[in-house]
Design a protein around this ligand. Sequence first.
Ligand code: GDP
Ligand code: MG
Ligand code: ZN
Length: 359
Amino acid sequence: MTSPAHPHGPAPAAGPALVVRADRGAVLVVPADDVAAAPRRVALDRDGLVPQPDGTRVPPTVGDVVDVAVPDVAGPDGAGPDGDAPPRVAVLHPRRTALVRDSADRTSLAQVMAANVDVVLVVEHLDPDPDLGRVERLLTLAWRSGATPVVVLTKADLVPDPAGMAAEVAAVALGVDVHTVSVPTGDGLDPLRALLRPGVALVAVGPSGAGKSTLVNALAGREVMATGERRADGRGRHTTTHRELVPLADGAVLVDTPGIRGVGLVADEDALDATFADVAALAARCRFRDCAHGTEPGCAVREALATGELAERRYDSWRRLAKEAAWHAQRTDARLAAEERARRRRATRDYHRDVRARP
Ligand SMILES: Nc1nc2c(ncn2[C@@H]2O[C@H](COP(=O)(O)OP(=O)(O)O)[C@@H](O)[C@H]2O)c(=O)[nH]1
Ligand SMILES: [Mg+2]
Ligand SMILES: [Zn+2]
């Protein structure tokens, strides 16, 4: 860049920036190659969206990589310095992975909770008892993201047999590493620290109170996130209210998330098959390809339920998530069809206006 230093605003951005936090009207970014730098604020356009390379605009999210452009010091007409032109997000880099949840939002059906993460930590407490259905739901979410799921069972210090409980969870977390940890004793933290290689991005998901922020602080080695400890003045609690990406040791970064209550799944058969590989393998052995596992003859799923090879709880959980994913897919199809109709109507209207406007 040949222009002189900017007189007021920040220096022109050099290289891609990493979004460490996305708020309604602005993002906080750090240089992608210096994630421990102090974040700076870049205001968003009025629609709160950022452009993708194909021109479509989407809401930015934590973990996104963007190019920030600082307008030329000379004005557009070359008439001299324009000291007030703020930096803006010029383009969003394509997302390598995306952790997506169903959204009740009226303008979109899916919300990207975090982008470009490599590892999804599915955090669940051992006390009270872990909720296997919730683990299955979050694993499906994780598989769909394209990142690698890892289960972290917290509060091992509060139960007599953490290993036995971990084995029960591992039985429903096929192909996924399951770790038990205790932050107060430090037990089990080393295998997680081994995941924190330079450039690796992780996200912690799980219910409120599972110990996500406590774990993030332990991995960061300092108090980066507020946790559910009661405040000294006894008023209320500190809780995580927003998603935020924090730098850990060695250049790894981790996104803490607020406790998610009943995260809606977005459709993805592959993700369901990954989470429920056992059920999928059974279903593939049914006599009929489109077996509904009801009263069809030669149903391998019903057979496995009868012999106890497949647990009723596991089967019900799979059914529920599959139904939910199908429902989301249907809703998305309806929404896309409506958007396409609206787009055609607008194009037709613009065309007629242009025709009328012609001399
Ligand atoms: N005994 C014990 N308590 C923990 C552990 N991890 C977290 N906690 C406590 O659990 C509560 C919720 O933790 P927090 O990190 O805020 O949960 P979050 O909502 O998932 O972020 C806090 O009181 C923590 O001190 C642990 O390994 N052992
Ligand atoms: Mg928290
Ligand atoms: Zn069947």
